[in-house]
Design a binder for this molecule. Structure first.
Ligand code: SF4
Length: 473
């Protein structure tokens, strides 16, 4: 079979990153292999996101630039997938004559057939059918990058929550969970390929399996925890209203479950939470944070916020700042509200000026930056176990680790802190030797987004589990 070149450009969340890998996986048997060089590609797929206006604009501007390439190489197949494809459907074909294929979020496993038809007859196709169940339950995982130690595994798709600002239920369909056996098969396959850490993905993993009567999410975690050769488990995203007592308890007893919880709150004001249809209150959220910290004292907690939701007053925004000060998050993502087609809040009154939204965003980020720095500083002098992901591009310009004669490495702690460290390059620490290993790092310096440290034979000891690679100190 002739090999053909495929370029996939992915915009958006981890779900899109996972989908891009699945797309590569389903097209590989047709001879498509990945390339970074768009100009030489036989097929370019733009995997889009519509969660915010900016991401959608980015997708259309990238697609617009592809028109020139297609003019120079008319045989190139240009395809659009992801949430914008789902939302806009055939309107994309009208707007962009150089696009051959628009496929929605549920159409990935129908791609080979559609691509075959386009190759044979140069027809143009739109497939944005949504289904209430998971029609194909894999696993069809695509190739891993060289030395990749961490992988995403989707456990469910869609959402039934209908938060008023969100398009996900409209572009990814109703919530549907994969069968636990298929999920476990996929994780085992990834472990066999060298992966040490998995992140279980879903729009609301806390309600995994409820609808289908499968096992509960904490029971799935127990099963994943039992997989030989897997060292770490992460998951995202959790809806606070569905965070159960059993799931909180899991942090105290599942040794592979990383000490990090991303728990999006969006606002610290009950009135705004109600208008967002979030179905929890500020107090119930704070109560769950307290229970998490009681069960797992060193757990890192991160969150998402939307500023400038329609009708948000100064007082309500202050309640959000107050919540951030109370919780003292380890990190957060914050966004200015933007109207999205088909999201109910688009029709809400009380839209906030862009300038006010910007001011609020800056105030919120400034507050969190200070908290993050203070929290990072408390880690200085401590030894942390890090899963080494590879060499680091960050250069330590102010520390002991000279950039000459050292290899700089990067990894993450269980609490998801990024840690860089340097090792003299005469210590036989070739890339393949450290990547995927667990290293004990003495944290020496704290920066806004990362930590710097030194490899030690610490009191925690790098006690390799069966199959783990030991490291040189
Ligand atoms: S829980 Fe709300 S914000 Fe999250 S995907 Fe579902 S509708 Fe969107």
């Amino acid at each position: 079979m002739n090999s053909k070149l495929l370029h996939i450009s992915t915009i958006g969340c981890q779900m899109n990153v996972y989908d891009a890998n699945q797309i590569a996986g389903v097209l590989a048997p047709m001879g498509y292999c990945g390339t970074d060089d768009i100009a030489s590609a036989d097929m370019v797929i733009v995997n889009t996101c519509t969660i915010r206006e900016k991401a959608e604009q980015k997708a259309f501007s990238f697609l617009g630039r592809l028109a020139k390439l297609k003019a120079a190489n008319p045989a190139m197949i240009v395809a659009v997938g992801g949430c914008v494809a789902q939302q806009e459907g055939k309107a994309i074909l009208k707007r962009m004559p150089h696009v051959d294929l628009v496929f929605g979020t549920h159409a990935i496993f129908r791609l080979p057939e559609m691509v075959r038809r386009i190759e044979a007859s140069r027809c143009r196709i739109v497939d944005v059918r949504l289904s209430d169940t998971i029609e194909f339950d894999g696993p069809v995982a695509g190739p891993l990058a060289d030395g990749q130690v961490s992988a995403f595994v989707t456990i469910m798709r869609g959402c039934d929550n209908f938060c008023t600002y969100c398009v996900v239920p409209h572009v990814r369909g109703r919530e549907a969970s994969r069968h636990p056996d298929r999920i476990l098969d996929e994780i085992r396959m990834r472990v066999d390929q060298g992966v040490r850490e998995v992140t279980l993905l879903g729009q609301n993993v806390n309600s995994y399996g409820n609808k289908e009567g499968l096992c509960r999410f904490y029971e799935l975690l127990e099963r994943v925890n039992g997989i030989d050769g897997l060292s770490r488990i992460r998951f995202t995203t959790s809806h606070p209203k569905d965070l159960s007592r059993e799931l909180i308890d899991a942090f105290g007893r599942l040794e592979k479950l990383c000490h990090h919880m991303h728990l999006p709150v969006q606002s610290g004001d009950d009135g705004i939470l109600k208008r967002m249809n979030r179905r929890y209150t500020r107090d119930s959220y704070l109560d769950k944070i307290e229970r998490l910290r009681t069960t797992c004292p060193d757990i890192a907690i991160t969150s998402d916020f939307i500023v400038g939701f329609p009708g948000e007053t100064d007082r309500q925004f202050q309640a959000t700042l107050d919540l951030i000060e109370k919780v003292r998050y380890d990190g957060l993502f914050a966004f200015m509200y933007s109207d999205r087609p088909s999201a109910p809040a688009t029709a809400f009154s009380g839209k906030i000026d862009e300038s006010v939204k910007k001011e609020r965003l800056q105030a919120l980020l400034a507050l969190q930056t200070g908290i993050t720095r203070e929290k990072h500083q408390t880690l200085v002098g401590q030894i942390r176990e890090v899963l080494v992901e590879g060499t680091s591009r960050s250069l330590d310009t102010d520390g002991l680790a000279s950039v000459d004669h050292t290899i700089q490495w990067t990894g993450r702690t269980s609490s998801n802190h990024i840690v860089h460290f340097a090792v003299p390059d005469d210590q036989a620490t070739g890339k393949e030797l450290l990547t995927g290993a667990f290293a004990n790092i003495m944290i020496e310096r704290a920066h806004a987004h990362s930590l710097w440290g030194r490899l030690v034979q610490g009191p925690m000891g790098a006690t390799p589990e069966k199959g783990e690679k030991p490291i040189a100190a």
